[in-house]
Design a protein around this ligand. Sequence first.
Ligand SMILES: [Zn+2]
Ligand SMILES: [Zn+2]
Length: 265
Amino acid sequence: MRLTVLGAGPAYTDRQGASGACYLVSEGATHVLLDLGQGSFTRIFPHVTPLDLAAVVVSHLHPDHFIDLVPMRHYLRYEFHPPRRMRVMGPAALAERLDALHAEPGFTAEALDTEPLDETPRRIGALRLEARLVVHTEESYAVRVSGAGGPGLVYSGDCGRADDLAPLIRPGDVLLSEVSFGPGPVTANVLHLDGPAVGRVASAAGAGRVLLTHLLMGRDPDATLASVRASYDGPVELVWPGTRLELFLAQGGGGDPGSIQPSGR
Ligand SMILES: [Zn+2]
Ligand SMILES: [Zn+2]
């Protein structure tokens, strides 16, 4: 399974080149996007064409996680004759929210086949998808994607309580977690995570590797890494747009930690 980070940003930042959350997961010929936040649509093209995507999975309805479904919809609607379509899974209100942006009922349905996400496991090509509700918005999910029975990738989405991730994480899984508040602490009543919380859940659940993302503006990357390492012994890295990782050997074997190719922060 390969992970390509297309966007790793939070809702806003001064970090040059940052864009909204968007992670391309590939297993064989199956390609799935986890989230499609602001500015990330164009970043799909160097890796796959959007038509090669089996689905887009949206964790929750904050714009830094779903708003580039608008250019995706336009691309499918206007670039092809006849227009093409895309399978999109997400919170139940997804289509209504996109329609409202254009004050146009049916705007979404012209190109996107939306499907409510829930906690029922489902298949997307060669990948298995599990989702679990987490505390953040009214309907926010963390997801686990895996190949045929092997270890998986657990993506936190945005999450206000690290323990919500534990039921998804199996020993040896890679945890791709938001770490909005860096070394911490999280501001009172704000539903995001910090490094100490991520380290604790990764350690308790037996994650094989931790990838950190969604770092807020002004938070120090090195202090963030140290705050996770204080309670987690395995490999920990921050990921950025352009990071490509071979997470697992094909057919679910191994647990090869792969190699990281850092790019501009
Ligand atoms: Zn976010
Ligand atoms: Zn959010």
